[in-house]
Design a protein around this ligand. Structure first.
Ligand code: SF4
Length: 233
């Protein structure tokens, strides 16, 4: 089995795992090509920038100082057994394990579930618009399969919607949250789209990006559907 490929590290964060001090590992590789991806350098599988053994040794020094390690990406489950085996080693150090995932690999999520305590799952657009945003025809169905499976575990999670106005309008957002409400989802994070690249910035304006956050009627409607809604502006 090849080593896990790690392309980035955040050594301390209070916002990537709810209620826990955490480190984040950014794993290389992703099957999707989202128009708003902020980590394009991580998309192709290749040699990671970080030596996994050095990261592991560093994590050993964080025992008692950090509470959780979040596997992010890219898509952390794309590396399959390498990810699962590294998760197991990290968990054995006593850390809670978080996973940020696009839900593309429901079978891998099932295999990782015994090691993972919490996930943040992306629900990127309505079913109709999903493919145009992520460049993959089966991504929506896979994500729903991952969501349904994770709900069956009874473990904690949040569903994240990034409001890129090129792919989501207010009625789409309500439709997505209605769907989540119907599925019994308890926690939804609505995230502002940040234009990371000059090209993106030319296609959207601050007003377009903020329209989801400065509309009290919209916020009320969404909070009525999912009371535990987190607004990440
Ligand atoms: S799923 Fe995440 S890492 Fe993959 S292309 Fe989309 S935004 Fe980028």
């Amino acid at each position: 089995m090849r080593d896990i490929q790690i392309g980035g590290l955040v050594s301390f964060t209070t916002i990537d795992y709810p209620g826990k001090l955490a480190a984040v590992l950014f794993l290389v590789g992703c099957p999707l090509r989202c128009a708003y991806c902020s980590n394009p350098h991580l998309l192709n599988v290749g040699p990671g920038e970080y030596d996994p053994e050095k990261i592991y040794q560093w994590l050993q020094t964080r025992v008692g100082k950090l509470e959780a390690v979040v596997f992010s990406g890219g898509e952390a489950l794309m590396q399959g057994d390498a990810t699962i085996s590294f998760m197991r080693r990290v968990r054995e150090l006593g850390f809670a394990i978080g996973l940020h995932t696009n839900g593309f690999y429901p079978k891998m999520l099932e295999r990782a579930a015994e090691l993972v305590d919490w996930i943040g799952l992306d629900y990127k657009a309505t079913r109709e618009k999903y493919e145009s945003l992520v460049g993959n025809a089966i991504a929506y169905d896979n994500m729903i399969q991952s969501l349904t499976f994770w709900q069956s575990t009874g473990k904690d999670f949040e569903v994240r919607i990034t409001c890129d106005p090129r792919f989501i309008d207010k009625s789409d957002l309500i439709a997505i949250v209605r769907d989540l409400n119907a599925r019994g989802v308890q926690t939804v994070a609505i995230q502002k789209y940040i234009a990371h690249f000059e090209d993106d910035a030319h296609k959207t304006t601050p007003e377009m990006r903020e329209q989801f956050f400065n509309d009290p009627a919209l916020r009320d409607q969404i909070s009525a559907l999912v009371p535990n809604t987190i607004w990440r502006e």
